[in-house]
Write a protein that binds this ligand. Structure first.
Ligand code: PLP
Length: 422
């Protein structure tokens, strides 16, 4: 087939009629599918039902997880997350079920009181800004929007955010931090390079208490035999005396149960002391029984990696199916679309011709397939090029994905043809 961009008007019109007919066929099927949610499917949740029968509740030094106390978490749970995050046990606080709650709490803390390295709370300043690598995780952006930060988009590259721009922007004292998903980024699946980590750790910042929110949500979510990794940000910061800069989080949400997993926070010892002191009026302890269940069930990082192979067996065919549909249906059309090829994580980014993403979402919706709204991976939901779509393959069944991905491709072709014919 001839590429769209080199077709004559006449050829484009013929192709448009042909693709429109295919689209109408899909519409007639009355599909009702949802590709919008980056959540595990039921089969994945079943993998962790063994958690429900774990009944070890006494800790290694006789601590009774049923009772009050131990705000930093059960010692074995702190050790478990220390290994996952590549830090020391005393640099970890094990929280409740959500890392997002911990991230919200960190921004809230900076705003209200500041951190170990702050000389005043952020709220006392007129203007606050935060760096947002794009495309990124919408719920990160929702937190900084809630606290009225001006969110500054920074383009993501395959090896992390554009560091020349980050260094330049971070010199402004009103810029208080940056959102980072270092491994298998949401939604591109990109991986920060060692050089990116070094520059984040060593760069000069205008704000003395600049914070790197290091969201290691996908630290064990491999989809290939290559177990990719990123150098530890806390260790790197220690080399440059910036150890109070990073705040690391991760959780077992997409290892066991998103609704009932365990999340953890890691930071310098000084920040951990500071955070625990701030947490004291809020809680006597988090759910330590769930911490015990998780450590009994998963054991350690090796145990987690073994468990994650079962997730991969379910997820990999779904990712492959989508990429195959894109290659077969979109590649022959030329440069109307490109997509990422993640080695882990939960998403694929699909980039379509500028000005077409919203139209693709609308076309899919009108034929019964719900996609994540176009622009949702950008601060304020604003993708200035209107070109990005976040594809979430995990939740639908393979049969549903088969239909949805075909319709998606037809919708991309149709939207791009409409644009080229304008
Ligand atoms: N961070 C990222 C990058 C995510 O993609 C998600 C969920 O999609 C979360 C955090 C949510 O984590 P939690 O369930 O621990 O709150």
């Amino acid at each position: 087939m001839k590429e769209y961009q080199s077709m004559t008007k006449q050829e484009l019109q013929e192709e448009y009629q042909a693709v429109l007919a295919q689209y109408r066929d899909y519409q007639a099927k009355g599909l009702k599918l949802d590709m919008s949610r980056g959540k595990p499917c039921t089969e994945q949740l079943e993998l962790s039902n063994g958690l429900l029968s774990q009944n070890q509740y006494i800790g290694e030094n006789g601590e009774d997880s049923r009772n009050y106390g131990l705000l930093p978490g059960m010692p074995q749970a702190r050790r478990f997350f220390a290994e996952l995050l590549g830090v020391e046990e005393n640099e970890v606080i094990v929280g409740g079920n959500s890392s997002l709650t911990l991230m919200y709490y960190m921004i809230d803390m900076g705003w209200r009181v500041g951190f170990a390295d702050s000389d005043h709370p952020w709220r006392t300043e007129e203007k606050l800004k935060f760096l947002c690598p794009v495309p990124g995780y919408d719920r990160h952006f929702a937190i900084t929007e809630y606290f009225d930060f001006e969110m500054i988009p920074v383009p993501m590259h395959e090896d992390g955010p554009d560091m020349n721009l980050v260094e330049q922007l971070a010199a402004d004292p009103s810029v208080k931090g940056i959102w980072c998903v270092p491994l298998y980024s949401n939604p591109d699946g990109y991986i920060y390079s060692a050089e990116t980590v070094r520059r984040l750790a060593s760069m000069k910042t205008g704000a003395p208490d600049f914070k790197i929110i290091w969201d290691d949500a996908y630290c064990v979510h491999h989809l290939t035999d290559e177990l990719c990794s990123v150098p530890g940000i806390l260790a790197e910061c220690k080399k440059y005396g910036t150890q109070d800069r990073p705040l690391l989080v991760c959780s077992t949400s997409k290892v066991t149960f998103p609704g009932a997993g365990v999340a953890a926070l890691a930071a310098s010892e000084a920040n951990i002391r500071h955070i625990l002191a701030q947490m004291a009026p809020m809680a006597i302890s988090f759910d330590k029984m769930n911490q015990m269940r998780h450590v009994s069930f998963l054991k350690n990082k090796a145990g987690v990696l073994e468990h994650m192979k079962k997730h991969r067996a379910i997820l990999e065919p779904k990712f492959e199916l989508i990429k195959k549909a894109f290659a077969q249906q979109l590649s022959p059309c030329g440069s109307i679309a490109r997509w990422t090829d993640p080695k882990g994580g939960y998403f694929i980014s699909l980039y379509v011709m500028d000005g077409c993403a919203k139209r693709v979402v609308q076309l899919c919706k009108e034929a019964g397939v719900v996609l994540t709204p176009a622009g949702s991976a950008y601060p304020y939901g604003n993708d200035p090029q209107d070109h990005h779509l976040r594809i979430a393959p995990s939740y639908p069944t393979v049969a549903e994905l088969e239909q949805a991905s075909q319709l998606l491709c037809v919708s991309v072709r149709l939207a791009c043809l409409e644009k080229l014919l304008q």
